[in-house]
Every structure is written in C-alpha cells, then in structure tokens.
Design a protein around this ligand. Structure first.
Ligand SMILES: [Zn+2]
Length: 445
C-alpha cells in the first residue's frame, strides 16, 4: 500500500487547522449583519474555500452564506466529505489552559476549540486528499468537500444544501470516531407546553442534548421539597434560598448512563404541586431514561435502545415547558413514538411541539462503501474493532449512503465541546493516511 501523505502535507494540515481555529465560529443567533449565523462563520467559510481554491479545487459558496463546497475530479459519481466549520462556544474560559481560539501545540496535542470537532478531522480529510493531488493521482469520480456552518445547532446549512444542490452517490463525515459508524438513531427533540404556575418559578436544565446534572429550586414549600429529596435518597445541596438537586450530566445520546437531576427534582416536587408538567415528568418518565413506561422497550441490534432525556423544564406564571431529547432506534417507527407521546401529553393538558427531527442513518455492513472504508482502516491500523452504531448525530445522515468515519482513534480521549478540546498529532496524521487511501480506493481506482 502506497503512503501518499508526507511531512509536507502534515505541516500544511496543522497550519490550516490553526488558521481555522483562529476564527471563533460559533453561532450568533439574532444577527443584524445579514449573515445567517454571524460574520465569524461566514469568514471561516470564505477562508476555507480560498484554501481549497488554492489547491486547484473549484469552489462554490452559497450566496446567503449557509454552506460552501469545493470539488475536484471527473465523472458522474460523487463522493461527499461532510464537514462543518462551526464550533460550540468556548465554555468556561477559566478552565482553558490555552487560548481557545489559538490552536497551540502542547505535548503532542493540538489544543483549541474545534481541534477535534470538527476543524481538525475535516482538515485531516482535506490534506489526505491533497496528498493524492500532490501525487498526481487520476480521479475517475468527483470528490466534493461540503462545509456546513450550523452543525452544532439546527443543521439549517444542510437543509439548504439539500434543497438546492446535488446529492452525493456516497460519502463520509469525518466528525466522530474510528472505525466507522454505520447506524445512527433518529433524533427527535420536542417541547411539551402547558399552563403556567406563578408559585413554582422553575428554570432547570438547558441544552436539549445534555442530561441535566443539576436542578435548582427556590420556590414554595422548600422544606417539604428537601424532605422528599432526603426520603428518596437523592443527592442535593442546600443553598441560601433554595436547594440544588445533583445528578450526573452526560450527552443525551447516553441518557441511560446519566442521572437526571431535573427528573429527581420533579419527583420531589410532585406531591406539592398540581403543575401538570411536573406531574408528567414525575409520574410518566421518572428516572427511566429508556422511557419503557411510555413506549415499551424499543431497541434493535443495529442501533441499540431508545433514550429519553428530560432536558429542561421552565415554569413561569404564563407557561410551563418541558424540553425532551429522544433517540429512536433505526428500526422503530418515529410516527408511533410521536403518537404515543402526544396522547400521553394530552392527558396532562400538555401540547406536543416538534422542535427538531433528524431521520436515522443506516448503511448495511456489507455495502461497498462500508467494506472499503473499514478495510482501509484495518489495514492502516491493525485494529479490528467492530464498526459502531450511535445515538449521536453527524451530517452522514443528511444523505443516502453516507457513514461517519473517524477521525478520533478508539484509544484517544473525546474532548468534543469541552474546555481544552484537543486532538493528538498522532490521530491527525493517522487519519490523514486513512483518508488519503480511502479516497483513493473510492474515487481513483
Ligand atoms: Zn462535529
């Protein structure tokens, strides 16, 4: 097997990752500058496309600024490499040991926001591809790097792309782990809304993709709430005017491995309030992150078990609102899940609203795409671990016949979205080799 990547492309790759990290390209929602997600995101997209153009690729930027792509090669068929240039905000700046938007190399790691999600892996793929160009390889298919700008939020970039642009024949998203993810659960995020309650004043949890690790309460009947928490053996901390229930935060896709502090608070509150949102959580969900009580046991071999995360609860005088994140196994019927949840919510005078839905992904293990990518990974690394299914979501599910492929090696820490996000140089260079060979076998042989 030829090795295409040399030190030249490795150095270029690191430099470009650093350049991209220097753009704080996280979502600014209500922008007034005419950009969909903020000027920083448009700027990083333009920079990326300029770099691709310099490599000899033809580039296109959506005039509104939602997405861009860079293409190379010939033929009807097209391999898409699905990347994203947006990042999550830096988080707690005090916890960072480096500047989050600098991309410093420390102890063999490139550290910075986006280093692992997704600027680093995207560039590993791009410079793996560049190594093929530098080797004057002939392409009999087209390779299109698609750069999304709203992956960390609502994927509005890929919605626009799919509305207007050509779909790929096959593809991969370098935005997860090696070896390869061939199944991703359906992702359904919903809001259940009901009447308000002036005495409760709850504002717990937050992002839908996180299991609340804390839930604070400062309303009426504080003593009784604490008594109920104690009786249930739930962990909590007493604060000045209130109490904070403690749980274990974890990504919603792994909700059944976390401890939902918000659900525990609702259970402690339920005997003391008539609020129907609280009742719904306390009686129907409880601590069951698989929601077996609501849907029965939903799971399959390809993608595992359904997870159900009560991610937020807001109660004001005007309104109550529960935010829920559900990961639905590949074989399960989304409409059935919606119907059951809607009917049950109605029994609590709560109305169902869909906030976001991403259909599941499934590419069979014996498909040529999966077989090729897996073979390259195994030959390059010697690692024979099984391909995976995941409750997580990558752009792979925005097109048929796409999988998530790399770039974090199985023995490396996942630092996506965390302070001190980092990617090892070993992983970056290893991924470059794998991507170069993969693109070669898919588009050049
Ligand atoms: Zn990502």
């Amino acid at each position: 097997m030829k090795k295409y990547v040399t030190e030249k492309q490795q150095n270029e790759c690191i430099e470009t990752i650093q350049t991209l990290i220097s753009y704080p390209s996280y979502l600014r929602e209500e922008t007034t500058d005419g950009t969909p997600f903020g000027q920083d995101i448009v700027d990083v997209l333009d920079k990326m496309l300029a770099i691709c153009k310099e490599m000899g690729m033809s580039t296109f930027r959506d005039p509104e600024g939602y997405y861009g792509y860079a293409e190379y090669g010939e033929g009807k068929e097209m391999l898409a490499v699905l990347c994203h240039l947006d990042v999550v905000p830096p988080g707690n700046l005090e916890k960072w040991e480096t500047e989050p938007f600098k991309g410093e190399v420390r102890d063999g790691f490139l550290v910075g926001r986006g280093s692992q999600d997704d600027k680093g892996p995207a560039m590993a793929a791009l410079y793996g591809f560049k190594a093929l160009l530098d080797n004057d390889v002939n392409f009999n298919k087209r390779v299109r790097f698609i750069f999304g700008t709203d992956e960390e939020n609502l994927w509005r970039c890929m919605d626009k792309y799919n509305e207007k642009e050509e779909k790929a024949t096959m593809g991969f998203a370098p935005d997860a782990e090696f070896p390869l993810t061939y199944a991703e659960k359906g992702l359904l995020q919903v809001k259940l809304k009901g009447a308000g309650d002036a005495t409760l004043a709850l504002n717990c949890g937050g992002a839908l993709n996180v299991v609340p690790g804390e839930a604070a309460y400062e309303g009426i009947d504080l003593e009784a709430v604490i008594k109920n928490l104690k009786a249930a053996n739930f962990e909590y901390e007493e604060k000045n005017n209130g109490v904070t229930v403690l749980g274990k935060a974890i990504h919603s896709k792994d909700a059944n491995q976390g401890t939902n502090a918000l659900a525990r608070l609702a259970m402690a509150l339920a005997p003391l309030t008539e609020n129907q949102a609280v009742q719904f959580i306390a009686k129907e969900v409880k601590e069951d992150a698989k929601a077996i009580g609501i849907f029965g046991e939903l799971s399959d071999q390809m993608s595992g078990v359904l997870t159900f995360n009560v991610a937020s609860l807001k109660v004001t005088a005007e309104e109550s609102e529960i935010g829920i994140d559900i990961r639905i196994p590949v074989s399960a019927d989304k409409e059935e899940v919606v119907a059951k949840l809607t009917a049950l919510a109605q029994a609590y005078d709560l109305t169902y609203e869909e906030f976001d839905y991403l259909a599941s992904l499934y590419v069979p293990l014996d498909s040529p795409l999966v077989k090729t990518l897996l073979a390259v990974y195994q030959e390059k690394t010697g690692d024979m671990s099984e391909p995976m299914s995941s409750g997580g979501a990558t752009f792979a599910r925005t097109m048929e016949n796409c999988v998530a492929f790399g770039a974090v090696m199985p023995d490396s820490p996942i630092t996506f979205h965390q302070e001190n996000e980092k990617m090892s140089l070993r992983d970056i260079f290893g991924a470059m080799d794998i991507y170069a060979e993969s693109i070669y076998r898919l588009c050049c042989e």
